[in-house]
Design a protein around this ligand. Structure first.
Ligand SMILES: Cc1cc2nc3c(=O)[nH]c(=O)nc-3n(C[C@H](O)[C@H](O)[C@H](O)COP(=O)(O)OP(=O)(O)OC[C@H]3O[C@@H](n4cnc5c(N)ncnc54)[C@H](O)[C@@H]3O)c2cc1C
Length: 376
């Protein structure tokens, strides 16, 4: 029986554990830094059909329909006056079984956790160092050590473990933007809405059939080194009211309808780390984290995990290597979206809106820009 260590119990690590559950020839353990899982209830996540196909194979399709939403369109609006620019039909990428889905992040995590036996997860533990020989000898923060055949590092964007396997890994960089997430009540739209303003945009989508909505705004913002290192300022009233002021002036959002407001700086990866250690893989954000403007982070985390499983199962890491190509494709799309959503010059905005209207109905473009990511 092959022994697998999974470092990090986020979307990627938990999805991988679900696949190994269906293959008794593998014995896995998850090592999670936190003391316990603490699922924040309000926030949402978008899952395109590429990851829905994989999730459905492990039973996601059996979740109660009331816990999910299947938006068929993305509507684009000018934030200042809420006028609609155009829409993209998302359903063209669906098939009978797999549909673009929005959901509460907590619902997804609870689903992934459901079939993982409790004794498979070790909490409050970190990887400290590794010895490579016939096996991978992993040393942990509680002074324990264990031999594994395979090591999967899935500890998120601020992965410490990847520096243990590759000294060349680079730290994530600040994306010059702040995210403000909240739960939105009193809204009524089954689709995804993207409101574009000068140097900011915000996205609203339903997370279930109970009129609960996710609100996420991304603001362009330069921060000093001190500000970046201070966790407290993001939750300070002064900082939040500065972001709220921008929204108040340039959008129709009603603040009394937002709850569980949380602001945080957005970090992205600057390069893909090369790992040359035997039987060692990076998954999800630990491999690469994108700007959130293309909503592919979770799908990428699930797809990488699937490729890692296939590589281990088949004994060839070709699939894992070909994932790198997809990372490049998603990354430039995420950057382009971010750039286009935040334009501030009125002439550039006019050109963007005309281009968007044309491209949103151009099948060839959509097949290439979205289809190549969603259909893979
Ligand atoms: C504002 C914003 C909005 C987003 N919206 C979307 C969206 O709509 N759709 C989408 O697809 N993606 C979205 N994403 C991205 C998505 O959330 C991430 O890409 C995804 O959660 C990454 O999954 P992961 O498993 O790689 O990492 P994580 O989910 O971050 O999990 C990492 C796990 O590892 C644990 N850990 C950390 N360090 C250690 C350690 N040293 N040892 C052991 N365990 C450790 C953590 O506690 C955590 O449990 C968004 C991101 C942002 C910032």
């Amino acid at each position: 029986m092959k022994k697998i260590a999974i470092i990090g119990g986020g979307i990627s690590g938990l999805y991988l554990a679900n696949i190994f559950n269906n293959h008794p020839e593998f014995d896995y353990k998850i090592f999670e830094e936190r003391e316990k899982f603490n699922f924040i209830n309000g926030y949402g996540i978008q899952l395109s059909v590429n990851s829905i196909k994989l999730l459905n194979k492990i039973g996601f399709k059996n979740l109660p329909a009331s816990e999910l939403c299947f938006p068929s369109k993305v509507n684009f609006f000018q934030s200042s006056n809420s006028s609609k620019i155009c829409d993209i039909d998302l359903s063209q990428f669906n098939d009978n079984l797999n549909r673009y889905t929005t959901i509460k992040r907590s619902t997804l995590l609870k689903f992934l956790l459901e079939s993982i036996p409790k004794d498979k997860i070790k909490f409050n533990i970190n990887l400290t160092h590794l010895d490579y020989g016939n096996y991978i000898k992993a040393h942990f923060s509680n002074n324990s050590q264990e031999n594994f055949d395979f090591l999967i590092i899935a500890d998120g964007i601020f992965s410490k473990s990847k520096f243990i396997v590759s000294k060349e890994s680079s730290k994530p960089k600040y994306n010059n933007s702040i995210a403000l997430r909240a739960k939105l009540n009193e809204y009524d739209d089954n689709n995804i809405s993207i409101f574009m303003g000068a140097n900011f945009h915000y996205v609203i989508y339903p997370v279930n059939q109970n009129n609960e909505y996710n609100f996420v705004a991304i603001f362009k913002k330069n921060l000093t080194h001190e500000e970046l290192n201070s966790q407290k300022i993001y939750q300070s009233e002064t900082f939040l009211s500065c972001l709220k002021k921008i929204l108040k002036k340039n959008s129709n959002i009603k603040f009394e309808n937002l709850s569980q407001i949380k602001a945080f700086p957005v970090f992205v990866s600057s390069s893909i780390p090369s790992i040359n250690q035997k039987n060692t893989f990076l998954s999800g954000d630990a491999l690469f984290a994108f700007s959130p403007s293309f909503a592919q982070g979770a799908s990428h985390s699930i797809e990488t995990a699937q490729d890692i499983f296939q590589s281990i199962f088949s004994g060839s890491d070709n699939l894992y290597k070909s994932r790198i190509n997809k990372v490049y494709k998603i990354n430039w799309r995420s950057k382009l979206n971010h750039f286009a959503f935040h334009l501030s010059n009125p002439i550039n905005i006019l050109i963007r809106n005309i281009t968007l209207k044309y491209l949103s109905k151009n099948k060839k473009f959509l097949d290439s820009y979205l289809g190549r990511i969603y259909r893979n």
